[in-house]
Design a protein around this ligand. Structure first.
Ligand code: DGL
Length: 256
């Protein structure tokens, strides 16, 4: 089926999900919109997150997308239910990967890092009730800003993570859930600082879900080389950053 798959995030975080989806679905065309001008969403009031998410999704809908990926845990928690009620295209949304982390739990703790808004909203409480035993939710303060800045050294990232998770550096940690798509770009730093912990994110699962939803809806593009088009409310500097974070650059990438 022709038509692009729309990806929405508050900024560049969703590019980490798009990387998985492009790997799994090389024939598909993707339109990515990052609302970098308004990131981070996680510290904003619920009504504002909803309104900004709606604006971003409207932008993609006007371009004529055949499916939508809300590549943002915060926007999902705030607005996915409304979007599912109102839109007729397939929607794939995200939540912190507590379920797989729960199955990795042995004797230690599971740390769940996400934005303040994600952790405060009812969707997360429901998830905690199901898979939250031994899990400790923590706001990943400052990490979205770091990733959006685009220029940080491993040392700076380590300092930011260390200052957030200092009390746990010497504890037994079984898993750390990266419950915000921006944090996934810091995965190597989490792995270096917590070598004994499984670092878990929902990106591969989201890409597989997208594949199965497209298959069920008979909406897969049968062949050809897919294209990716990037858009940002923040303009050129953010488009350049998105481009630098995209993997598999052999595929054609255009800026909106
Ligand atoms: N990337 C987002 C998420 O997955 C939100 C980051 C933000 O804007 O606070 O939650």
């Amino acid at each position: 089926m022709e038509g692009s798959i729309g990806f929405f995030d508050s900024g560049v975080g969703g590019i980490s999900v798009l990387n998985e989806a492009r790997g799994l679905l090389p024939h598909e065309d993707f339109l990515y919109y990052g609302d970098n001008l308004n990131a981070p969403y996680g510290e904003k009031p619920l009504e504002q997150i909803r309104a900004l998410t709606q604006d971003g999704v409207d932008f993609l809908l006007k371009k004529g997308i055949k499916a939508l990926v809300i590549a943002c845990n915060t926007a999902t928690s705030a607005h996915a239910e409304t979007l599912r009620r109102e839109l007729s295209i397939p929607i794939v949304a995200m939540e912190p990967a507590l379920k797989p982390a729960h199955s990795l739990r042995k004797q230690g703790r599971v740390l769940v890092l996400a934005t303040r808004a994600t952790l405060a909203l009812p969707k997360f409480r429901q998830l905690m009730a199901l898979y939250g035993e031994g899990a400790l939710p923590l706001v990943g303060e400052g990490l979205v800003e770091l990733v959006e800045s685009g220029c940080f050294s491993a040392k700076e990232a380590d300092e930011a993570i260390r200052s957030l998770l200092a009390p746990f550096l010497r504890e037994s940690i079984d898993a750390i859930v990266l419950g915000c798509t921006h944090y996934v770009f810091l995965r190597p730093r989490f792995e270096a600082l917590f070598p004994g912990a499984a670092i878990v994110d929902g990106n591969a699962g989201t890409a597989r879900r997208l594949q199965s939803v497209l298959t069920q809806n008979n909406a897969l593009r049968p062949g050809g080389r897919g294209k990716t088009k990037l858009f940002s409310s923040g303009g050129e500097p953010f488009l350049r950053l998105m481009h630098s974070l995209l993997e598999e650059k052999a595929n054609e990438v255009q800026h909106g």
